[in-house]
Design a protein around this ligand. Sequence first.
Ligand SMILES: *Cc1c(COP(=O)(O)O)cnc(C)c1O
Length: 393
Amino acid sequence: MNNEIQSAEENLIRVYNRFPVVLDHGEGMYLYDTDGKEYLDFAAGFAVTGLGYDNKELNETLKAQIDKLYHTSNLYYHESCGEAAKELNRVSGMDRVFFTNSGGEAVEGALKSARRYAYTKGTGRYEFIAMENSFHGRTFGAVSVTGHDSYREPFEPLVPGVKFAKFNDLDSVKALVSDKTCAIILEPLQGEGGINLATQEFMGGIRKICDENGILMICDEVQCGMGRTGSMFAWQGFGTRPDILTMAKAIGNGIPVGAFAMTEEVAKYSLQPGDHGATYGGNPLACTAVKKVIEIFERDNIVGHVNEVAPYLTKKLDDLVDENDCVVRRKGKGLMQGIEITKPITEVNRRCVEGGLLVIQAEGNVLRFVPPLIVEEKHIDEMIEKLKRALAD
Ligand SMILES: *Cc1c(COP(=O)(O)O)cnc(C)c1O
């Protein structure tokens, strides 16, 4: 066995089902292992590397920041903390932001912010309504609002006061609303849960329920945000501005950074000095990454590119559904799509990897495609060819 794999197997806590591949470097849409084998990447490290690999401009900017300063503490300001916050607020449509190191932490902060808002207002509200099939991360708060028993049960008792409604079923949400409801949390496009897109009616309905009942709407856009669905953030495509928004994954293109943000109205009553913190959160390297990633996104019109290329992916996947008995349906939007198949998903995924194609599994026997957003039609053609081979008998 490869030495690296052996050491990993002997020393790491075994929580991941890894493929026997040791990755070495990447370029654009491709990753290469230590034997030089090439992989076309339709996984983007879990929808993280929106700009792909080895973006020279981003690399140089990060290297320069490392040479200058990469950690201070939040007792002081640094050169890009205000700029990164301003830019992220501008593109996400929020007013105030807190930088975290991950998506789970962003969700954690969003939940705390909602409770803190209710506490200041003295409403006595503390309950969260979350969605079945949702995924919000692995920390205790995040797991508590994640709608999968397998993620929750081994760690109970969890954060109390969480109820689960059916995704895209407004009546099931209404049935859970009470004068104790503090916030409703949902992903506009569920990722892990099987690439389930919220309907316009559902998003609009949730916004209305929240407005009419003094409830905060939390959108978790850790995965579907940052251009992936054809708008900078998915909520913008629905026109339903949330009160609190969580972000991570693609906002730093792989530099560990997440964020939760809120409207000024929520911020006024929510977290106060001393209520929350993160030692690394928003350090100079993370903020430099966010600032540069947003700059590149806008200058290169990445969102426009997503809207140009996504219909091609949609068409190719629809063709696959028509041509292949084992492909039941296509799901998703923009460059966050999936196909539900009847064949054993893990085996198909393994064959994809062997054939030099990286994809991700999702709930409901779904194969997920979340490529770097720089993907072009020729890469989609190559992906479809490799996928067909993996699906063949
Ligand atoms: C990945 C993900 C998270 C958790 O992010 P981490 O950085 O792994 O903690 C939370 N919410 C959604 C929707 C995600 O896809």
